[in-house]
Write a protein that binds this ligand. Structure first.
Ligand code: UD1
Ligand code: LIP
Length: 410
């Protein structure tokens, strides 16, 4: 592709805790980081100039980093220049918003795209006086998190009210799936200001690979995500007890040699011990982006078993690798995984006999191959980051003076 002149418009993305430069798999680094990095890259390819504002979480970071031509990442001073759990960041959003207001007064973007509720707050603080339109993507909703996590939810108490206020004030909300639209409507947010644009996958990075393993090797089940209880890795471990000829790999968390200090890793190994499958479960720790496609292609099945999931990028990555998915019938997985075509949707409730579903699939190579091929073709048709960026650019065009160049600049 030849170098593209940047003519389409200036986009400011605000992603307070989720940097496109971060390593993935920890409690606060996952899908939002991937989304921001990928959409920013694709927009730049289409001719937009994108600046991503994310919190400075280490003293030595440069003020500004070029991600690729057309995408800059700015490290915003807001709170201590050290890691802070995202649920403790709210008090630093005033400083974040003041920084944005100062930057944008000097050099205003055409549109601001805020990611997560706290970014919405900071983005509106920076953009309000200047009249710059703010587009909001929540990635996760406090109402849903509270419903499922109850007292275990460590979000600050202001989250629900701020989330709602941001939704009322922003120019447009981008929801990622129909389930999220229903949740937003239940919050009282106006449907006519909600656009649905899903998340995506890079089909050139995530490609089908050889699934060959040495003779006699166990069948491989894989689960991937931030190493947090709500991702349902415990369900995958319990199901493994009913699938005698398989191993389960779990990717997520810090680097493998630091897993020992991770309470969630200890909890999962404890469950594996209790169910007698310790010798067949391996926690890999955080797996880098370069290794992920090969890992996903090496699996016979990817298990995505969260109790709730706003969207879920992991099933798309598996499908792009032609690996069938067993997923809980929740959130965005209801849109992406087609039951009986690209995988199997299972109830999120713990009593369901997951082992039986997995055994039946592993015993049927034709079905696995069929589901894998259908998954790949589904992501190519609906879920590439390139398409996602077109959808996002369409929303920018609707709320700002940016002329949408989707489909023109390639
Ligand atoms: C609870 C919640 O808020 N979930 C949402 C969150 O992402 P959340 O982080 O929960 O989950 P996702 O499955 O969407 O994304 C995880 C990403 O991290 C990657 N990964 C994970 C572990 C690892 O070791 N290495 C690695 O690269 C995965 O390959 C994937 O690309 O925002 C996403 C983007 O809106 C949504 O799709 C999720 O529904
Ligand atoms: O699951 P959760 O704790 O609400 O919040 C998550 C963040 O911590 C994570 O960084 C991000 O990638 C996800 O999109 C999601 O927003």
């Amino acid at each position: 592709m030849s170098r593209i002149p940047h003519t389409a418009g200036r986009v400011a993305m605000v992603s307070e805790h989720a940097s496109p430069l971060a390593a993935l798999g920890g409690p606060d680094a996952g899908g939002q980081n991937v989304y921001v990095a990928q959409v920013a890259r694709q927009l730049a390819r289409k001719g937009y100039r994108v600046t991503v504002y994310t919190r400075r979480d280490a003293a030595g970071l440069p003020d500004r980093v070029t991600l690729i031509d057309g995408v800059q990442v700015v490290h915003v001073p807001a709170g201590p220049p050290a890691p802070v759990p995202k649920d403790e960041l709210l008090p630093h959003m005033t400083e974040f918003g003041t920084f944005l207001a100062r930057q944008w007064a000097q050099s205003p973007p055409d549109v601001v795209h805020a990611h997560f509720w706290m970014s919405g707050l900071a983005a509106l603080a920076g953009a309000r006086e200047l009249g710059i339109p703010v587009v909001q993507t929540y990635h996760a909703l406090g109402t849903v998190k509270k419903r499922y996590q109850g007292d275990a939810d460590t979000s600050p108490p202001q989250r629900l009210a701020v989330e709602e206020a941001v939704g009322h004030e922003c120019a447009r909300i981008i929801a990622t799936c129909s389930d999220e639209v229903a949740e937003l409507k239940a919050m009282g947010l106006p449907e006519d200001r909600i656009s649905v644009v899903p998340c995506g996958v890079d089909p050139d990075q995530f490609t089908p690979g050889a699934r060959t393993r040495p003779p006699g090797a166990r069948r491989r089940l894989l689960a991937v995500g931030r190493l947090v209880p709500r991702k349902g890795f415990d369900r995958a471990i319990r199901a493994l007890a009913d699938v005698p000829d398989a191993e389960l790999l779990i990717a997520g968390g810090p680097e493998a040699d630091l897993l020992g200090a991770e309470p969630e890793a200890a909890r999962l190994y404890g469950i594996a011990g209790e169910y007698g499958v310790l010798d067949r479960v391996t926690l890999l720790g955080g797996v880098g982006r370069a290794r992920m496609p090969r890992l996903m292609s090496s699996a016979d099945l990817v298990l995505s078993l969260p109790r709730y999931e706003p969207f879920g990028i992991v099933p798309l990555e598996a499908m792009a690798c032609a690996t069938p998915v067993v997923a809980t019938a929740v959130g965005g997985q209801l849109d992406t995984v087609v039951d009986g075509t690209t995988g199997v949707l299972v109830p999120a409730d713990d009593d369901f006999d997951l082992g039986a579903v997995i055994r039946a699939l592993l015993a049927d190579p034709d079905r696995l191959a069929r589901y894998g091929a259908a998954g790949r073709s589904r992501v190519l048709g609906h879920y590439t980051w390139d398409r996602v960026a077109d959808g996002v650019a369409g929303v920018y065009g609707a709320v700002s003076s940016i002329r949408s160049l989707s489909g023109v600049v390639r």
